[in-house]
Design a binder for this molecule. Structure first.
Ligand code: COA
Length: 398
């Protein structure tokens, strides 16, 4: 089989960013406003007519005490300390900060662009792609296949990848694929096989994610989880590689298992059902605890089976570039794989700055923490998420 390398990576983020404290301050003002409205409705006897329905995830604040004859459920405050402790997140980049923090709006203000202008995903992806191509030391003319691998695309068609291919002046072919947060690893395997079959010499994969578009910023359980970003990865037949820090792909393995625990029902049929068009399930929803419990053992087992199949001892792993959803989850997965607590550099996290960016997460971790590895060092890129889906790519520095 032809040797294939991951030559270089790049990334881009939007200009705006939000700290935990900014997010929590705005969320808590929203909570005060809603609770005040509920209280007023209750006192005026309009409780049954109120349009404010607290999300199921929110429980009664005992401190507020009874607010009238009917038991109602005031919304609860969020806390920056909780967010940092439960997830490791401190900050996130977003396409539009003002709309998210506006308590009358609580979502990014993003207007549809005219068809002759580049889409948002195209803009994010071209920036990341230019970064990756420069690090791979190649021109766009050397790319034969442009792949978009991401959780969302901002329109149905034409494919985002074909627009990005056009914007970068790439010849050959392009298509989009989706394996949620695991998309980048599924994309790397797709690139690997395409190169091994002789259908491309150099593949440019991009992972543009606008997570803030499908987060419910009114939901205390999940308003802090995501940020926006895009990564780009150059994958090449080794003979064409000119980069300074190439990694040979020693193996790839994908696995999926159906679960409703991370779900978003928004789709092509959404506008047709006027009664449910704006219902809660048209944004990101998860059973976070269940995901935590189910995914950790599953991912660890898939990784260990893959290593065994490839004849690689876990002790040989110098670095784990894991999907970045939750710092505690990553620590536990790394501990199961290594059979001991990892040092920071053995399983680096980038959640503090970026939050969960979906498919770019493990690639940003790789991007920031790979240049120090030495020739022949082995690392594992592993991403997991909705589906459930998990992808492992074993990499060895040349
Ligand atoms: N601020 C303050 N308190 C909060 C809060 C917030 N924003 N959100 C929840 N809480 C409270 C809960 O009400 C609960 O209170 P209780 O103990 O009085 O009942 C407590 O904190 C713990 O809530 P829980 O939901 O169990 O937190 P957690 O430790 O499971 O952390 C997640 C929540 C989402 C960070 C975590 O479950 C997770 O990351 N799961 C995996 C998610 C994942 O990987 N998803 C993939 C996405 S691609």
């Amino acid at each position: 089989m032809k040797p294939v390398v991951l030559s270089a990576t790049g990334y881009s983020v939007p200009d705006h960013s939000i700290t935990n404290q900014e997010l929590v301050t705005s969320f808590n003002q929203y909570v005060d406003l809603q609770n005040q409205k509920m209280r007023t409705n209750q006192l005026s006897g309009n409780a049954e007519n109120t349009t404010i329905q607290p999300p199921e995830s929110q429980k009664t604040i005992k401190a507020l005490g009874p607010i009238g004859p009917e038991p109602i459920q005031p919304l609860l405050y969020s806390s920056a300390e909780f967010i940092k402790k439960a997830s490791g997140i401190e900050h996130r980049y977003v396409i539009d900060k003002e709309g998210i923090l506006d308590i009358q709006h609580m979502r990014p203000r993003i207007q549809q662009r005219p068809d002759h202008l580049p889409s948002i995903q195209c803009e994010l992806a071209t920036k990341a792609a230019i970064d990756a191509l420069a690090r791979a030391n190649i021109s766009h003319k050397e790319v034969d296949f442009l792949l978009v691998a991401s959780s969302v695309t901002e329109r149905s068609y034409p494919a985002m990848s074909i627009e990005i291919q056009h914007a970068l002046g790439i010849e050959g072919f392009a298509f989009d694929m989706n394996a949620a947060c695991a998309s980048a690893t599924f994309g790397i395997q797709t690139a690997l096989h395409t190169i091994q079959q002789g259908n491309a010499r150099t593949v440019l994969m991009v992972n543009p994610e606008i997570c803030s578009a499908h987060v419910n910023f009114k939901d205390r359980d999940s308003h802090f989880i995501f940020g926006d970003a895009c990564t780009a990865v150059v994958i090449q037949a080794e003979e064409y590689c000119k980069s300074q820090h190439p990694f040979r792909i020693l193996g790839s393995q994908l696995q999926t298992q159906f679960s409703n625990n991370i779900r978003n029902n928004f789709g092509i049929l959404t506008p047709l059902d006027s009664a449910n068009r704006d219902s809660r399930d048209k944004q990101f929803m998860q059973q976070g605890r269940k995901v935590f419990k189910e995914v950790i053992p599953w991912v660890s087992e898939v990784v260990l089976n893959h290593l065994e199949k490839k004849g690689i001892d876990r002790k040989q792993l110098k670095r784990l570039w894991l999907h970045q959803a939750n710092a505690n989850m990553n620590r536990l997965i790394a501990t199961k794989i290594l059979e001991r607590e990892p040092e920071f550099l053995e399983a680096p996290t980038i959640l503090e700055e970026f939050a969960n960016t979906s498919s770019p997460g493990s690639i940003i971790a790789f991007h920031k923490y790979h240049e120090d590895l030495r020739s022949k060092d082995i690392g594992l890129l592993c991403a997991f998420g909705a589906g459930y889906s998990v992808g492992n790519i074993i990499l060895q520095k040349l």
